[in-house]
Design a protein around this ligand. Sequence first.
Ligand code: ADP
Ligand code: MG
Length: 297
Amino acid sequence: SDFELTLIAEDAQSGKQFLAEGIAEIERIERLISSWDPASETSQVNRMAGVAPVKVSDELFELVQRAKAISRLTDGAFDVTYASVDPIWTFRGETITPPDSSIIAASVAKIGFQKVLLNPSDKSIFLPEKGMKIGFGAIGKGYAADKVKSLLQAKGVNGGIVNASGDLSAWGVQPDGQPWQVGLVNPKNKNKVFAWFPINDRAVVTSGDYERYLLMGGKRYGHIINPKTGYPAQGVISCTVFAPKAELADALATALFVLGIENGLYFVNQLPEVDAILIDDEGKLHASKNIEVDETI
Ligand code: ADP
Ligand code: MG
């Protein structure tokens, strides 16, 4: 995933130094949580599924704790253990024949955030069944954005934006004192922005089906999986979530794809300080109660 860092500094030299520190932080987090890197703590936990608990760093332990809590909050629409279905689907924009339903059922049986055992006394994580997996595809970019933001804030950078491939965390204001503006792109035409929002000390996360998708039976499916069925979620083509933290916004954006427009907005409207804008597969906009938008883009 591409990251883009924007920050305000006294001069170019200190600006470059802050950027380098931000990039180093992203790389550190990637080494810690990536499922692709066999040496990461995540990979170690997954390899030991059904075998033994794995002691991890406080940081990973706490991330999994929070991811499990968000899984519960969304009633498993976001599920930190969704990844056992990962090998079944690839989203490269091509037409595929549907996988065998028995293969899907077998991998869905491994999903279940409730089964993840967290032992706070030795900071160990145990996935009790072989083939179970944790994965941070839907929360890791948001987490990294929050971490880079707090790191730079702590170093005295008083304004900036971290954009983790559409997961955006901002603080402070622009050099001219104006608030940062976030543009939401039209999922049907990525070069067009359909709305601008000022943001201050908040996160905005957009998840869409336009980058990673597949075609099956003439229909388009995005890369978010319904953990209850093992099939890609349908009905929502773009989802933007505003929240105090990018980590929460990231996970919720994924959950809203699975929950769909009606259940998703009902859910968001119960959460304090969270707003959302969803676009359905007919191009219609739907927003939570604090946001006013035109119906079409
Ligand atoms: P985007 O990449 O558009 O920002 P997300 O943040 O929603 O999208 O992350 C999608 C990724 O999350 C998928 O590629 C996959 O790795 C993972 N994922 C898919 N479905 C789920 C789910 N229901 N719960 C948790 N993670 C998921
Ligand atoms: Mg997400």
